[in-house]
Design a protein around this ligand. Structure first.
Ligand SMILES: [Zn+2]
Length: 392
């Protein structure tokens, strides 16, 4: 059994211990078992600590049959500690502290939701960006706000977090939250007046250390809700990220930070109005182009200089063929990148001719007897030569 120093003191990040067993793994890494450790192994929804053991990097920590196994990878040419040697360990303080802030914050929120609604925490995941909790029933927006308010009040009250191992008799009469039926020694984490929960992870000593508890979202999930939240340093980081976005938008839209939503709505309204105007102008343009070209004899070929939507180009071909005998075509693009073509006719069956046209203009495409469309690589001169040649 490895002595779990993180249970006696969750803030202990530097310690010395004796190496009981050292095993080498393929690829130059090692595993080490110590007589005692401050490294928390993965468990209870919290990831394993990282840090240093001597000069070796601790990349993972797992608990197996009461023994805590440290996975070590050498940095540079430094040698691993030897079995029996005294070794110095240092946990990555910042990473661990953020996890304790989030995990203790999660207990507070789960305890408050349980007290308010009776719902259970049925899923818990501490990701890199946020903490995700699944609850067994629905929560309204007002209930979420109330939980957030009360959670932060519990932080301000700076309550002492108590962890203890009750006897079997004590446990039998002790009300506490637990995700599963527990056997063997049960560790209880108690936040007075807020929550009592079975948990194996290290927690903050005082709720004030959490700093801040922010709920991010609460959405329907299965029969209940999935809540996303973030605490402490992670909440500060997220706030900075949001601040950067809001300040950026505020500068772009020349709006005050508090007014970016209204400013963005205004931009979207303007965009919609412009789109509307563009459609009207495009309709006028195609009517004009169709009128002007209707006088032409033979095949009509248009290469509009103004960019227009495919729907408008199709509409233009329809307008042309209404009045015109023969083939009418609209080509959008240029000689460098090729053309998108639409060819139409009221009295010439285009479908059987599609293959021959595509071969001549290095194109691909097809369609109905009265309209074919596709793309081609030929230049404007080559396209004009093909169709004008036919007219000759
Ligand atoms: Zn827990």
């Amino acid at each position: 059994m490895t002595e779990k120093l993180y249970y006696a003191d969750s803030h202990l990040m530097r310690f010395s211990a004796r190496v009981l067993r050292l095993e080498s793994l393929p690829g130059g890494s090692f595993t080490a078992v110590l007589d005692r450790t401050a490294f928390f192994p993965e468990g209870g929804g919290q990831r394993a600590d990282t840090g240093y053991l001597g000069t070796m990097r601790v990349t993972d920590v797992q608990e197996k049959d009461g023994e805590i196994v440290h996975f070590l990878s050498p940095e540079g040419e430094r040698l691993p500690p030897e079995s029996g040697a005294e070794v110095f360990g240092e946990v990555d303080r910042e990473v661990r502290f953020r996890r304790m802030q989030n995990h203790s914050g999660e207990h507070i929120v789960s305890g408050l939701v349980h007290a308010l609604t009776g719902y259970d925490n049925v899923g818990f995941h501490m990701g890199r960006e946020s903490v995700v909790i699944d609850f067994s029933g629905p929560l309204t927006r007002e209930q979420c706000l109330e939980v957030e308010e009360r959670a932060n009040a519990a932080v301000r009250e700076n309550l002492a977090v108590r962890t203890f191992f009750p006897t079997a008799e004590e446990l039998a009469v002790l009300p506490y939250r637990s995700k599963k039926e527990l056997s063997g020694e049960v560790r209880i984490v108690e936040i007075p007046g807020i929550d009592r929960c079975a948990c194996c992870a290290p927690h903050v000593k005082q709720t004030g250390e959490i700093g801040c508890i922010k709920l991010l979202s609460c959405e329907k999930h299965k029969d209940g809700v999935r809540m996303e939240m973030v605490c402490g340093r992670d909440a500060l980081d997220l706030f900075r990220q949001y601040q950067k976005s809001v300040t950026g938008i505020s500068n772009l839209l020349s709006a005050k930070r508090e007014a970016v939503l209204e400013a963005a709505e205004h931009v979207l309204e303007e965009r919609d109005a412009l789109k509307f105007r563009q459609v009207a102008l495009e309709r006028q343009l195609i009517a004009f182009l169709a009128d002007r070209a209707a006088e032409e004899k033979g095949t009509i070929l248009l290469f509009p200089e103004t960019e227009m939507s495919e729907a408008s180009r199709r509409e233009l071909v329809n307008l042309l063929t209404e009045k015109h005998e023969g083939i009418a075509g609209v080509f959008a693009g240029n000689d460098e990148s090729g053309y998108q073509y639409i060819l139409g006719s009221r009295n010439v069956d285009l479908r059987p001719r599609a293959k021959e046209i595509n071969t001549a203009i290095q194109g691909r495409g097809g369609g109905r007897p009265e309209m074919i469309m596709g793309s081609c690589r030929a230049s404007r001169a080559e396209i004009e030569k093909l169709f004008r040649g036919e007219d000759g």
